[in-house]
Design a protein around this ligand. Structure first.
Ligand SMILES: Nc1nc2c(ncn2[C@@H]2O[C@H](COP(=O)(O)OP(=O)(O)OP(=O)(O)O)[C@@H](O)[C@H]2O)c(=O)[nH]1
Ligand SMILES: [Mg+2]
Length: 318
């Protein structure tokens, strides 16, 4: 019995994470060799997508990157960690993922954008530390242009500010991002909360709020410490809200997948079916739905039914 195709796709994704160049090519080849040789259906689709990835990796390997700091997107969304030097960005990246990265009690420990994947409620989300945004960055000081190039690609921003830092370094970063014309959904993470006393927290929370309000109506400030798992979980949930995605759990024959699909808010049954498999997308007639979008458990709905966060959905095909 071959591995179920969704499991295979998940395994493939995991094995490719963080690999580039010849290592990535070797991994893709090994995956292709393990794939059952069906000519049609989901395994054939997987083969096609892996072959495409092989080609793209080859092309990337040939391109010489000079000043470009491109970060390849992975996961359901890309969230940038932005803040002054020494704000604790790398420490957060490390606490939220499996990545090992240098952290240090000095400025400019990190010199290039660093991506890492974090799992939020069963969905992989990419975090990218954007280091070194300094005064004048929007005029390319400190290589600001390339850094903003990466930031522009992100879906949302987590501004990091050390809770005990009452200097204006944080406001400088905020105004540099604004001067670069970048506006994204954002939250503020007040980092190193374990080191801050009440006065610090009051000062930085208020300053953070005042600053965010200029950009968005509803500023969200999350206090976080890498020493406090609960605060990290709250940050994860806040990051999830930033993505604007919903988690939907496919179900079949009474068995519900543990790993949800991440879909844009407002997605319909037809869109979910298409993500499960293109053929199902075309043939789906409707679905049975359990969860907040259903009027009662197991309600029969049509293709156009709009799903919401946490729905369990059994797609019905022809
Ligand atoms: N007590 C405490 N210290 C922290 C926490 N997070 C980070 N730090 C410390 O703060 C210092 C800076 O952390 P980094 O994660 O390197 O900061 P950064 O923002 O990545 O800094 P650059 O890459 O230099 O811009 C390190 O000494 C960390 O150990 C925290 O939650 N609590
Ligand atoms: Mg760093």
């Amino acid at each position: 019995m071959p591995m179920p195709h969704r499991t295979f796709a998940e395994v493939a994704k995991r094995r490719l994470v963080g690999k580039e160049g010849s290592e990535r090519i070797a991994t893709i080849r090994a995956l292709l060799a393990e794939l059952p040789g069906y000519r049609n259906g989901p395994y054939a689709d997987l083969r096609k997508s892996l072959e495409g990835e092989l080609e793209r990796t080859r092309v990337r390997a040939k391109v010489v990157h000079r000043d470009s700091l491109q970060v390849r997107r992975e996961g359901a969304a890309q969230i940038a960690l932005v803040g002054p030097p020494n704000a604790g960005k790398s420490s957060l990246l490390q606490a939220l993922s499996d990545i090992q990265i240098k952290t240090g009690d000095y400025a400019f420990t990190t010199l290039r954008p660093v991506p890492a994947l974090t799992r939020i409620g069963g969905v992989l989300v990419q975090l990218v530390e954007i280091p070194g945004l300094i005064d004048g960055a929007h005029e390319d000081r400190g290589g600001g242009r390339a850094l903003f190039g990466v930031l522009r690609n992100a879906d949302a921003i987590v501004y990091c500010r050390a809770a005990n830092d009452s200097s204006d370094a944080f406001d400088v970063v905020r105004s540099e991002v604004a001067a670069a014309g970048i506006e994204k959904p954002s939250i503020v993470a007040l980092t190193k909360a374990d080191e801050a006393d009440d006065l610090d927290l009051a000062r930085t929370s208020v300053a953070g709020n005042a600053c965010v309000e200029e950009v968005t109506q509803a500023p969200v400030v999350v206090r976080v410490s890498v020493l406090d798992d609960q605060s990290l979980d709250s940050l994860r949930e806040a990051i999830w809200s930033l993505t604007g995605l919903i988690r939907v759990f496919p179900s079949r024959d009474g068995r519900t997948d543990e790993e949800p699909f991440a879909l844009p808010a407002g997605a319909t049954v037809a869109e979910l079916a298409d993500r499960v498999h293109h053929e199902l997308g075309a043939s789906a007639t409707g679905a049975l739905v359990w969860g907040a979008s259903a009027r009662f458990a197991g309600q029969r709905v049509g293709r156009g039914h709009v799903l919401v966060e946490g729905d369990v959905v059994e797609v019905l095909g022809r």
